[in-house]
Design a protein around this ligand. Structure first.
Ligand SMILES: C[S@@+](CC[C@H](N)C(=O)[O-])C[C@H]1O[C@@H](n2cnc3c(N)ncnc32)[C@H](O)[C@@H]1O
Length: 204
């Protein structure tokens, strides 16, 4: 008898659609919706994807930037290679200081976009998970600050909670425009929400 979790997953529209469309995760549709709405990824872009395993966002990013763009995925876990030659993968921890150097060694130039779907292992204790998630979102923002070109874009997942407003303030300090969205593929009961920083400001 399949577990309740398995039964729910099989009923899930985006889970089944991802299987049909050959995406590695249902998360692909969150990124697709955001790109269609805000046009923050383009053909030929150089993109860094943080927390990229198993690779659903990598597939969407690669299709969007095309064969003249470049996509780099970073995750704690190994990622099955993506067929296209312009997708690279680094196994690493985005909270470790050495990660920026590691990414720079692979990146052809400063990035046009940093996208981050990084999530902590959920403990079930709400305050702990929220704080860990915001810490990871901050690590993603720090990487964007180092590796994004001026005018570049930043798209990041955050869990809603009392640390959310302070994080948004930090993003507003770095980007000319900030949008907040909950894509349709994001489960209603999930606290996740996505923050888009558009057009990175010049550093003072
Ligand atoms: C929700 S999954 C990402 C799904 C992915 N966007 C996709 O479409 O397939 C979150 C990922 O964040 C990764 N992660 C968590 N903490 C990390 C860290 N400190 N450094 C790098 N990756 C991390 C996890 O290993 C996990 O694969």
């Amino acid at each position: 008898m399949p577990s309740a979790w398995l039964r729910e997953r099989r009923r899930d529209y985006y889970y089944r659609k991802a299987k049909e469309d050959k995406y590695r995760s249902r998360a692909s549709y969150k990124l697709l919706e955001a790109i269609r709405k805000y046009h923050f990824l383009d053909e030929r872009d150089v993109v860094i994807d943080l927390g990229a395993a198993p690779g659903g966002w990598l597939q969407v990013a690669q299709k969007t930037v095309g064969s003249h763009g470049f996509v780099l995925g970073v995750d704690l876990n190994d990622i099955q290679p993506i067929e296209e030659a312009n997708v690279c993968i680094i196994v690493g921890d985005i909270t470790q200081p050495g990660i920026v150097k590691q990414i720079k060694e692979v990146l052809p130039c400063l990035a046009d976009a940093v996208i981050s779907d990084v999530s902590p292992k959920v403990s079930g204790i709400w305050e702990v998970d929220h704080a860990r998630q915001v810490d990871l979102a901050r690590s993603s923002l720090a990487i964007a600050n180092e590796l994004l070109r001026i005018g570049g874009n930043f798209f990041v997942k955050v869990f809603q909670g009392d640390l959310f407003d302070a994080f948004i303030k930090e993003v507003k300090g770095c980007f000319s425009r900030v949008k907040i969205m909950k894509p349709k593929a994001s489960r209603t009961k999930s606290a996740e929400i996505f923050v888009l920083g558009m057009s990175m400001k010049e550093k003072r």
